[in-house]
Design a protein around this ligand. Structure first.
Ligand SMILES: Nc1nc2c(ncn2[C@@H]2O[C@H](COP(=O)(O)OP(=O)(O)OP(=O)(O)O)[C@@H](O)[C@H]2O)c(=O)[nH]1
Ligand SMILES: [Mg+2]
Length: 250
């Protein structure tokens, strides 16, 4: 039986879409326009929150020029700190939607999927955009294969029953996220997501995966180097496993 959440069913809930940017000058305007198109058409109450870490390519300037007089688009430029996970946390703490959506800003994540992620929150606490459920996928076949195998390992190691433990494209209720100790979760790179899932899973959050297909980055350059990220994630995962065994993670 599907149980309803006690929350108001979206899209009546205000949604904040958190967009972390580092050198995304050629993607960000088009992405925000696409979000307007998909959410506006469905009558969503939403805001777009761009968290830029003072990108040297002028990302903030193009956002200001394009949306300076649009009250639905909020730009934050951080100069003291840099990093994907901490930017996402900053966005969560500097937005006011009852629902939060997190996504990349280079079109890896398809903005057309946002309404679906949010609508499923009627029944779940977290809705994960997943590459590894039926009809999900990735345009890059090698990366798909590697990520799939890596995720099988994660599933085994943490018992989350989630197929895509390194998604980063998801919707969640603000009050669910903020009930956590964010210091224990939001550091590093995409590894914050596995920490979030593991903690949420242990708290009995209701989670669902909906299929998403990752396209290749549209413009600009990747911040992810394969070997570096592999090492970083694996270290983060082993540390998390140890912390859990030692009972130091809630
Ligand atoms: N604010 C902020 N955003 C970042 C930082 N590093 C990466 N990002 C953003 O995080 C998202 C993911 O980074 P990507 O470089 O696309 O990483 P990826 O998706 O693994 O790699 P490709 O898509 O292949 O390029 C993008 O929206 C980046 O702009 C950072 O230090 N600060
Ligand atoms: Mg990307």
């Amino acid at each position: 039986m599907i149980r309803h959440n006690n929350h108001h069913p979206p899209p009546t809930a205000k949604t904040s879409i958190i967009l972390p940017t580092y050198k995304e000058r050629d993607n960000i305007v088009e992405l925000v326009q696409a979000i307007h198109q998909h959410l506006g058409a469905e009558g969503f109450d939403y805001e777009v929150v761009v968290v830029d870490d003072n990108s040297p390519d002028g990302t903030a300037e193009v956002v200001r020029a394009a949306f300076g007089d649009c009250s639905q688009v909020k730009l934050h430029v951080r100069t003291q700190e840099r990093g994907l996970a901490s930017a996402l946390r900053y966005g969560a703490e500097h937005s006011d939607g009852e629902v939060l959506v997190f996504m990349d800003t280079d079109f890896n994540h398809d903005p057309a999927m946002i309404p679906q992620l949010v609508k499923f929150l009627e029944y779940y606490d977290v809705v994960i955009g997943s590459r590894f459920v039926m009809r999900g996928g990735m345009e890059d076949p090698a990366r798909y294969f590697f990520s799939f195998v890596y995720n099988l390992g994660l599933r085994f190691l943490f018992g989350t029953r989630v197929w895509d433990n390194l998604s980063g494209f998801f919707a969640i209720y603000r009050d669910k996220l903020l009930e956590l100790d964010l210091d224990q979760i939001f550091y590093g790179y995409g590894d914050y997501f596995i920490r979030l899932l593991v903690v949420g899973w242990r708290r009995g959050w209701r989670m669902v995966e909906v299929p998403v297909f990752y396209r290749l980055r549209m413009h600009g350059h990747s911040k992810t180097q394969f070997l570096g990220i592999f090492g970083q994630y694996t270290t983060a995962i082993l540390k998390l496993r140890l912390k859990l065994w030692m009972g130091r993670m809630r």
